[in-house]
Write a protein of this length. Sequence first.
Length: 94
Amino acid sequence: MRLRVNLKECAWIVALTLCFGITGGAGRVAASPSPQEQHDQDYSKNKNYKTGMRDGRDDIAHNRDHSKKRKFKKDEDRRAYEAGYQEGHRGDHK
């Protein structure tokens, strides 16, 4: 009798775990922007973008490849810097 109760409890625990795992994962996927949306973001007024642009231009002028290794507290700051760096390193001047 006790074994049957344990199997029922285990079945409910597994079912609930799967339910929360599936719905939680779907919420994270729905909330994150697509890579295309992240790429199209306008960072032109961001100070980290401008710093990246300056570093990229400096590296291309001195024939270097990403010479500065910078640390950022936020992913958004890092993305802005990298977008500016790539823009400056390509030589695209807006």
